[in-house]
Ligand binder design. Structure first.
Ligand SMILES: Cc1ncc(COP(=O)(O)O)c(C=O)c1O
Length: 351
């Protein structure tokens, strides 16, 4: 079943183009989750065996994610979201008003809200309305001698443009926090190029909601501000990335996330890139104003003459799911599971 479109029941009827919000769920992932819930009903959620199984599962999940991200397992923390990962890093750095953080004008609230809560001074590089080739300069221009951290997305959620995170790190020499919500599972990533890299499980990895991870290059340098019971993380002694964890996922979420990651096809990035190219070209050929540059990630932003809300509703009426962004743009998320027929249905729905 790995890599097969018919693993995802939603795709039988719907041209599902919104993994940038939440990816499709496979039957196997849903079944694994349901099995866990059923077993909890039968053996009791607090049974010793149930806890032991949950802890074992958590370790398996860490190992599988480490393999998939090509990162050492001791540098990973399991989280519930990218937003949680950002909070772990920002609070753990203990930033104050005398510190500056450089970010961009195209960040999601998951990062923006976290930075706002830190009390640090925020400096913003303008990348949203510029080609990705100018992003490096835009970010570095905002750096000053007071900059303690650069925090930005690898892939901008507004238009799918890819930010040169490794080069930003190299040229600035500063710690870099990467919001990986729109990159992990969508494009090849090297999380170890950053100091901190967040993962959302529910988007391009097709995991359940409230799953995710965080890569931390040097976990001992962060001072966790919210500390939970050591045993709750599934290892008696909390060391490495695990000492930053704040969530003991219910077994169904951990099992579902593990199943989803296990089932990712090896050719997912090539397939995603190909269907994104097809989408961009098909929209442009239909006279639609495309706002994403070619050969970036797997999000395609565009506008039509119609009101964005009406466009999204009109699409949904004919079984095409896309997203309206807060700035009024429309966004199609193109996953390895999508076909040219899905895109043709989108174009027809917009025409
Ligand atoms: C760039 C970006 N960052 C963060 C988020 C929030 O992700 P999560 O729900 O995993 O915190 C999203 C999407 O919703 C996003 O697009």
């Amino acid at each position: 079943m790995i890599g097969r479109r018919d693993s995802f029941p939603v795709l039988e009827r719907v041209a599902y183009l919104n993994a940038g919000s939440v990816g499709p769920l496979s039957s196997r992932t849903a079944d694994v989750m349901a099995d866990w819930e059923r077993r909890s009903l039968e053996v009791g959620r607090g049974a010793h065996g149930a806890f032991a199984a949950r802890m074992e599962l958590r370790e398996q999940l860490r190992q599988r994610l480490a393999l998939s991200l090509e990162a050492p397992v001791e540098n990973l923390a399991l989280t519930g979201s990218t937003t949680e990962g950002c909070h772990i890093v920002i609070s753990g750095l203990g930033l104050g008003p005398e510190d500056e953080v450089v970010t961009t004008d195209a960040e999601h609230f998951g990062l923006v809200g976290t930075l706002g809560s830190s009390g640090a001074a925020i400096r913003v590089g303008a990348v949203a309305d510029r080609p990705p080739a100018e992003a490096l300069e835009a970010v570095l221009e905002a750096v000053t001698p007071h900059t303690r951290l650069i925090a930005l997305s690898h892939v901008l959620w507004l238009n799918g443009h890819v930010m040169p995170v490794a080069e930003i790190k190299r040229q600035s020499g500063l710690p870099v926090l990467v919001d990986g919500a729109q990159s992990v599972g969508a494009i090849p990533v090297d999380v170890t190029a950053a100091d901190y890299y967040t993962v959302s499980g529910q988007k391009w990895l097709c995991g359940p909601e409230l799953t995710g991870a965080l890569y931390v290059a040097d976990p001992d340098r962060l001072r966790p501000r919210l500390v939970i019971d050591a045993a709750a993380t599934g290892i008696p002694e909390r060391t490495g990335g695990a000492r930053l964890e704040m969530l003991f996922h219910p077994g169904s979420l951990a099992a579902g996330f593990l199943a989803a990651v296990e089932d990712l096809p090896a050719d997912r990035f090539e397939r995603g890139a190909e269907i994104t190219r097809y989408c961009r070209e098909a929209l442009a050929a239909a006279g639609i104003r495309v706002l994403s540059e070619a050969d970036q990630a797997t999000l395609v932003a565009f506008t039509t003459d119609e009101s964005p809300d009406l466009a999204v509703e009109g699409c949904e009426e004919v079984g095409v799911v896309i997203r309206r962004l807060p700035n009024g743009w429309l966004r199609a998320s193109c996953g390895w599971w999508n076909t040219p027929e899905d895109i043709d249905r989108l174009v027809a729905a917009l025409s």
